[in-house]
Write a protein that binds this ligand. Structure first.
Ligand code: NAD
Length: 453
């Protein structure tokens, strides 16, 4: 049994987290996930209700939970607030309070979306890279820092600092992740110029001794930036400092061309994690059913993989997302290849529906129309007749051999999408459009319903 704190936050955060909850509900109901959900406030909405972007109740709840699922924070209406009261403080406060030092930023390019990238398809298609960024130290936090007058002019300074233990722990984090992937770590530094990076490199080499199954390489950050756009598929796990990671992870994200597809995780040493899409609260499209919820749904997958040790269920989520993309469904941000454009809600419904189909199975591409009989509403209908989408629609007439009785039909919202089950006489369907049984369902038949007419 795991306990997860749900923090939708602001803007599109509310809409996209609602879609991720559909997936969690599905896994709780059908896959014994056993995830208990606790709901809380963060960001601007938390400020409006409590006067703080990170209320004490949210912090207390975070400490009681195994993980956090966060939507996004921020919005125009809170921009004039004092710095400490701004929505982003809620996020930074959670990172600091929970000591989330290890930031995992995958850059995955789904082959179905390769045309969305600005790079040539052959360079990026199938990209699957993980950037592990140190998140709570380095030049962003080092002391001394400031702006002062020196020799009669303004002088700005920051300190790039890392202790051995800070490097060691992010190193272990990266190597452990590599063990679950392709077992290659590339440590990115600037050891030819900076002493702090010399130490970084030395400690990485020491840490690597604990992971003989993982190959360690080193790269200077300028070269790493170049290689990311030249041949990004050469990398498996990249580990780097706070500053370099900030820049490289945004660059890697944009290789995929779709900000709405990328999840992220921030972990502490106990495996507690905060999982969130990499994008912000997108106030320009909030409340319009336009946001892509897939990065948030994939954040749930990361949570199951990296904090809750439910790798098989994480794989199922990844497969469901792949299935939806295979079917050609796109939210507007990823619709450059001309697929069927759907809204936020419908994308969430589709992701949920997709769990019922084995993407590798025989029904992977089968599209079906349902014809309703004996009732005006979907629920009231006595029967449904099924036709493959490529079958002639005139076969609709009653008594046709292509006639199935639907035992159960579920649908979501007004999407017109659902799934059906059928047990024919002797468990067999005898008609030209045979639907092979799916594994454990023993004589029940599944298909993708494209329209109910
Ligand atoms: P943003 O990521 O919110 O939006 C950038 C662009 O991408 C916008 O055009 C937006 O419509 C689009 N976009 C973002 N997510 C999308 C999605 N899921 N589906 C479709 N399109 C999507 O960045 P921004 O506009 O610079 O910032 C807006 C607010 O979000 C600011 O208040 C900022 O501080 C905050 N922010 C929060 C986080 C976070 O919560 N982790 C991260 C970045 C920015």
């Amino acid at each position: 049994m795991s306990k997860v704190l749900i923090l939708p936050g602001d803007g599109i955060g509310q809409e996209i987290v609602a879609q991720a909850l559909k997936v969690i509900d599905h896994l709780n109901e059908n896959e014994n996930l056993g995830m208990e959900l606790v709901h809380g406030l963060v960001g601007g909405t938390a400020y409006d209700e409590t006067g703080s972007p990170l209320p004490q109740a949210t912090l207390d709840a975070a400490r009681e939970c195994d993980s956090i699922l966060l939507g996004a924070v921020g919005g125009y209406q809170w921009e004039a607030l004092e710095r400490d009261l701004r929505p982003e403080r809620g996020l930074l406060g959670l990172r600091a309070e929970m000591d989330l030092f290890s930031n995992l930023r995958p850059a995955i390019l789904y082959p179905q979306l390769a045309s969305a990238s600005t790079l040539k398809e052959e360079i990026v298609s199938g990209l699957d890279l993980m950037i592990v960024r140190e998140l709570v130290s380095g030049i962003y936090f080092g002391q001394p820092r400031g702006i002062e007058i020196r020799n009669g002019e303004r002088f700005g300074f920051n300190s790039a600092t890392y202790s051995e233990s800070e490097i060691r722990r992010i190193g272990h984090s990266a190597f452990k992740i590599a063990q679950k992937r392709d077992k290659r770590v590339c440590s990115v530094d600037k050891a030819n110029v900076l002493e702090v990076c010399e130490l970084w490199r030395e400690v990485m080499i020491e840490v690597a001794k604990d992971y003989p199954d993982v190959e360690l390489s080193h790269m200077y950050v300028d070269n790493a930036a170049m290689q990311l756009v030249k041949a990004p598929k050469q990398f498996d796990v990249m580990v780097t400092s706070n500053l370099f990671g900030d820049v490289l992870s945004d660059c890697a994200a944009m290789l995929t061309g779709s900000i709405g597809m990328l999840p992220s995780a921030s972990l502490n040493k106990d495996g507690f994690g905060m999982y969130e899409p990499i994008h912000g609260s997108a106030p320009d499209i909030a409340g319009q059913d336009l946001a892509n919820p897939l990065a948030t749904i994939l954040s749930v997958s990361m949570m199951l993989r990296y904090s809750l040790n439910q790798v098989a269920l994480a794989d199922k989520i990844d497969n469901a997302v792949n299935t939806v993309l295979d079917q050609g469904y796109r939210t507007q941000d990823i619709a450059s290849d001309g697929g069927s454009v759907v809204g936020t809600n419908q994308m969430g419904d589709l992701a949920r529906v997709s769990f019922f189909f084995n993407p590798c199975g025989p029904l992977g591409g089968q599209n079906i129309f349902l014809f309703r009989e004996g009732g005006a509403s979907r629920e009231g209908a006595k029967n449904y007749r099924i036709f493959p989408s490529d079958g002639p629609l005139k076969e609709k007439k009653k008594g046709n051999a292509n006639f199935f009785t639907i035992k159960r039909f579920l649908h979501w919202g007004n999407t017109g999408l659902g799934f059906f089950m059928k047990r024919g006489p002797n468990g067999k369907v005898s008609n030209p459009y045979e639907f092979p049984p799916v594994g454990s369902q023993g004589g029940e038949y599944y298909g993708k319903v494209m329209a109910v007419v």
